[in-house]
Design a protein around this ligand. Structure first.
Ligand code: URA
Length: 434
């Protein structure tokens, strides 16, 4: 087999066999195939796409390139959840303790943030002492003991995806649906759960900006999962405005704690209940989504989900005083109010602009090794549909320097657009692909 023939095949739209995909990916890993050849192949995939079968083959080869978690000792109903990334998306922090409180063991591997979307691991690191690197035995042992664990992936986790992503990042080939779907699903398959709930974000603050793209990505991931004997449900949710009111790291943990105490924003709670209920339906624990939402809501009302979060933090070495007094997670030297210059209704609150405003505070990173500010962030007091009077507080910016705070406020002001007419609330859950 020759890589030049395979590049030419893909360039002309031919589908690869399993053997051919193995040859490309393993050749990339052991250095037999040069990076520039893999890059040429990636570009051909971008133009020609891949069939579902091909994408599933690529996913399997990438999943098997490193450690595969064996969760069989935890039972036969292990749920995992994945979000394709959005602004203010802290659903993992809520769903993990919520599902664990409902008796579903959840072993959650998460990532650090890169670019404008935040990562669960960075958010958890805002809690002093919280250990995100766990040995495999520790990780599984914790799930056995308390029903849940959240940790970063091991070094040898899907190395093929890591290498391929690095090449995609520098060759403008990230934005290909079969490549994104295979990348995400390889990590889900290696993470060992048999039930996977996917939250595919759609809108200005997401990878997928249009519903058509989001649907295609969701369908591709579901088809890949089916070919690997996984039970899946994909929800397409709106990311035109940030989820909830908090954007940052510590401030998102703060809001997650409020939500776990049943005092969080409506949209965030609704999405968490929906995603969690989808997991319960797929695990055959309940008949339908409404029943699942009711069941999970009880754990928010009776404090069991909050207690489970506290238990996870304690178990992973985090300082629980910050959970008991979560305002400490977002204490900064400076706070800047953003006030409305006019009266009206919020018509637009652009998620991407809000993410850029948050990043100006140092809450995200451009490069893997960049340091981030854990306590800085934004709290949105108004969201789409809200009535606003001139002088009302639209948002508050928590900053560690005056310059960063002012720049962020200026950027955030551009995210808001007011209308004189009342505005309908946007749909949060747009579609479901089972
Ligand atoms: N997230 C991933 O894990 N992979 C991609 O390719 C894009 C987003």
């Amino acid at each position: 087999m020759k890589i030049t023939d395979l590049i030419a095949d893909k360039k002309s739209g031919k589908a690869h066999t399993e053997e051919e995909i193995n040859f490309i990916i393993n050749g990339m890993l052991d250095g037999r195939i040069a990076d520039y050849q893999v890059s040429a192949w990636l570009m051909s995939v971008c133009f020609q796409g891949m069939t579902f079968d091909e994408s599933a083959r690529l996913t399997q080869v990438m999943a098997k390139s490193g450690d595969i978690l064996d969760l069989s000792t935890l039972g036969n109903c292990i749920v995992d959840k994945h979000s394709t990334g959005g602004v203010g998306d802290k659903t993992t922090l809520i769903l993990v303790p919520l599902l664990a409180a409902a008796g579903i063991p959840i072993a959650k591997f998460s990532g650090a943030g890169l670019g404008f979307t935040g990562g669960t691991i960075d958010k958890l690191k805002a809690i002093p002492g919280f250990k995100t690197s766990l040995r495999m035995e520790e990780f599984i042992g914790q799930v056995k003991e308390i029903g849940a664990a959240i940790a970063c992936q091991s070094e040898n986790f899907t190395p093929a995806d890591k290498k391929l992503y690095e090449l995609r990042d520098v060759t403008a080939t990230v934005n290909s649906i079969p490549l994104i779907a295979s990348s995400v699903m390889s990590k889900k398959i290696a993470a060992g759960a048999n039930i996977i709930v996917l939250d595919v974000k759609c809108g200005s603050g997401a990878f997928m900006q249009t519903l058509k793209e989001a649907k295609e990505l969701a369908e591709t991931m579901v088809e890949i999962g089916k070919r690997s004997d996984k039970i899946l449900s994909a929800i397409i949710s709106s990311m035109d405005q940030p989820l909830g009111n908090a954007i940052g790291n510590g401030i998102e943990v703060f809001e997650s704690i409020q939500t776990l105490k049943n005092e969080g924003p409506k949209d965030l709670k609704e999405l968490c209940l929906y995603l969690g209920a989808s997991g319960l339906v797929k695990a055959n624990k309940i008949k339908n989504i409404d029943e699942g939402k009711k069941r999970l809501n009880k754990f928010l009302e009776n404090g069991r989900a909050y207690e489970k979060f506290l238990e996870i933090v304690k178990y992973q070495g985090g300082n629980t005083e910050f959970v008991e007094n979560p305002a400490r997670l977002c204490e900064t030297e400076f706070a800047f109010p953003l006030e409305a210059e006019d009266s009206g209704y919020v018509e637009r609150l652009d998620a991407f602009t809000a993410a850029k405003a948050s990043k100006l505070l140092g809450t995200g990173r451009d490069k893997k090794d960049d340091l981030i500010n854990y306590n800085a962030g934004i709290f949105l007091n108004k969201k789409i549909g809200d009535k606003v009077y001139k002088g009302d507080l639209l948002a508050k910016i928590y900053a560690n320097s005056v310059e960063e705070g002012r720049k962020s406020r200026e950027m955030l002001a551009g995210a808001f657009c007011l209308s004189k007419e009342p505005v309908n609330l946007p749909e949060l859950i747009i579609d479901i692909i089972d």
